[in-house]
Structure formats: C-alpha cells, structure tokens
Ligand binder design. Structure first.
Ligand code: SF4
Length: 380
C-alpha cells in the first residue's frame, strides 16, 4: 500500500510520520507550484474554490508517482471542503486513474478506527498510539520553527538566515525516526534560531493575516506571503491559523485549540451568530483582536469563490471603520499575479508606515529602508 495525501504548508512532515510509523509507505510528491495549480484547474469545475483546484493537481502528481491509496478527511465542514474528496476522486477516476479511497469523515470513532485497521492491517493498527504521539511531536516542532522564523525574518542581520535554518531543520525533522530525536532537534533549532544575529529594532511593523485556511498556509497559492512580508518588506506577519491547529484540532490532540475556537465564536457572535463551515470566526476575531494585540494592520486573504470568507468580506469593513484598523483584501484565483499582489502589498505597507510616522514613530520606516538597502546589496 502506498498512501498519498494533499499538501498544505508543512503538514506533509507530521502526516508522513503518522503513516510510516504504522508501516505504510507514504508518497509525498513535490511541493505544489503554479504548474500543479494549472493542472488541477484544467480538470476542476470552473467556479469551485481555488484550494480544490490545486489539491486536485497535487493528487494527480501523487498518483503519477505511484500512490495507490488517496487519503483525505471529508464531510466535516459545512462549506465545500466537506465534498472535496468525493468530487476529486470521481474526477480522478473519470480521468482513468485507479486507486483506493481512504476517506475519514465525521462518523462514529469506532468506524474510523475500523477503516484504519483494515487499511494498515492488524500489526500497523497496534502502532496507532505511537504513530499519533509521533505525529503530535513533529507537528509541534514544525509549528515552533515556523513561528520563530516569522519573528526573526524582519529583524535578521543577514537576509535569509532564518529561512536557511528553517529549511535545514524541516528536513531533519522529516527524517527523525523517534520522539526522542524530535525533542533533541527542537532544542537545537531553538538554540540556532535564537543565536542568529538580529537588529536592535522594536519598530518593526506588525500585520495580522486572517482568511481562508489553505490560502493562508500554502505558499504556492499566496505567493509566499508570510515569508515575503518578513524578508522582502521587513514586516512581522502573524497568521491566525496554523498547520498545527488544522491537524490537531479535529483529533482533539490539543484541548487548548478548542478553547481558542470557542472564544473566537463568542467574541465574533455580535457580527456572525452562525457557523458557515469555514474559518469565519477566527477571521473576524483575528481582526477584532488586532488593535489590542499591537498589530498595525490586517490582511484578509481568501479564494475568489470562498463562501464563508466572502461573507466575512462584507463584515470586515465595519470592524475596520469601528476600530480604526487598516485592512487589505487579497482575493486569489488562478489568474492572480505576483506583480499585482506585491504592488498592493507595497501600497498597503507604505500607508501603514506613514500612519506610524504621523503617530510619532519613524523607527519602523528607518528599519524598512535599511532592510531594502540590505536586500539590494545581496541581490547585486
Ligand atoms: S473555506 Fe472557502 S475556499 Fe475553503 S473549502 Fe470552504 S468554500 Fe472553499
């Protein structure tokens, strides 16, 4: 059995560990890119949301590399995500691919366990508790690494140094074969990240990113938004969602995630008392909390036909006007270009900087200029 699952950010690292711990081969194709998106878009319904298209292309890549079982969660979300797996697998079979579907939905836990047991066999199934522990451990280490990189990028002396450490540790974490080794790597990555030379600057702009999960977390869809903000623009970017949250929350492997989800629903009830099936409450609460959490602005990133985020799109201007927090809308589809996105980011960040200047702090602008000089030296 060779199992594959769609990419989303660095989720492939804990997911590969989960599968391989139970003795099953995981097929992880190359990271998605614009070609993957074009491939998926060619075979997907035109008005379906963007994550459907890129994950469809990703599934094709996995099947081309020899996967014989496609695993995916389904049916748990009220939005289209609940139907992704059923429709994608139908399209793939229509195209002539042959494979088994391993679909995990919101069903009786005993039937989920039975599905896993029949897929991985009795011996593999006995290893499930160990696999879950390994999965959690790697997901936590990846989350910590990403969060440290986001903080260091806008402050690093040498542009790209945080990313170099991150890439190297992601690779080591992927190859780690025991929880002990993951713990050891976690200590090492912490030490290496915190020892990177950084500028003495407290005036770095801070931007919160809210929106649809896949667009937020998949660099190939959002033109590497988080890294670009940190390295190219010298801005600390903080998404409200993370791969760790998406992976662990449905499995109840971290109760704190449920505390923050309940809080999000409570805080945003005034604007949206219903569940729309996506990340709408995290989006609204992220924007509502932004001024109090010290952010200079909010970026709302979502796919063109996303139902929950388009509803948020109509509510967010009211929050922006009431709380006086600037917001930028970034709507993505397969025709969105890097240049258009970067131009809008530049204009938004310039506006945030002049706002800061008017408020009496010129520090952020100085740091930005230093950063740009530094980057142009490196590029030369
Ligand atoms: S949240 Fe939006 S983009 Fe994501 S699956 Fe649902 S409708 Fe599609």
């Amino acid at each position: 059995m060779k199992v594959a699952f769609p990419h989303m950010g660095n989720a492939c690292i804990p997911l590969r560990a989960l599968v391989e711990y139970m003795g099953v081969e995981a097929v992880v194709p190359e990271r998605p890119n614009r070609v993957t998106l074009e491939r998926g878009a060619r075979h997907a319904p035109e008005f379906v949301c963007l994550p459907f298209k890129i994950t469809l292309g990703d599934c094709m890549n996995a099947l081309d590399r020899g996967a014989d079982t496609m695993a995916m969660v389904c049916g748990m979300w009220a939005c289209r995500f609940g139907y992704y797996a059923y429709v994608q697998h139908l399209i793939l079979r229509d195209m002539g691919y042959e494979f088994e579907s391993l679909l995990i939905g919101r069903e009786d836990p005993r039937s989920v366990l039975e599905k896993i047991r029949s897929a991985v066999g009795r011996r593999g199934f006995l290893k499930l508790p160990g696999a879950a522990a390994m999965f959690r451990s790697k997901a936590g280490a990846v989350e910590e690494l990403e969060s440290m990189a986001r903080k260091i990028r806008p402050r690093e002396e040498v542009a790209g140094s945080a990313d170099a450490v991150m890439v190297s540790y992601l690779d080591r974490l992927d190859r780690a074969d025991s929880i002990r080794r993951v713990r050891q790597l976690r200590l090492e990555q912490r030490e290496e990240m915190t020892s990177l030379p950084v500028r003495d600057c407290n005036g770095v702009l801070r931007v919160r990113i809210v929106g649809e999960l896949y667009v937020l977390l998949e660099p190939s869809l959002n033109f590497d938004l988080v890294r670009r903000l940190g390295t190219q623009f010298g801005v600390e970017a903080e998404p409200v969602l993370s791969t760790y949250r998406w992976l662990l929350s449905p499995l109840w492997l971290d109760p704190l995630l449920h505390v923050s989800s309940s809080r999000a629903r409570r805080v945003s009830r005034e604007y949206l008392p219903y569940v729309l099936g996506g990340e709408e409450h995290m989006t609204l609460t992220g924007a509502l909390d932004a001024p109090g959490d010290g952010f200079d602005g909010v970026i709302h990133a979502y796919p063109l036909t996303c139902m929950p985020e388009n509803i948020c799109r109509t509510i967010l201007p009211h929050i922006a006007a009431r709380d006086g927090i600037p917001m930028l809308d970034l709507c993505f589809d397969e025709h969105t270009s890097t240049v258009g996105t970067v131009t809008r980011l530049e204009a938004f960040l310039d506006m945030l900087r002049s706002r800061r200047d008017r408020a009496g702090s010129v520090h952020g602008y100085r740091v930005y200029n230093q950063k740009m000089e530094h980057l142009s030296i490196i590029e030369t």
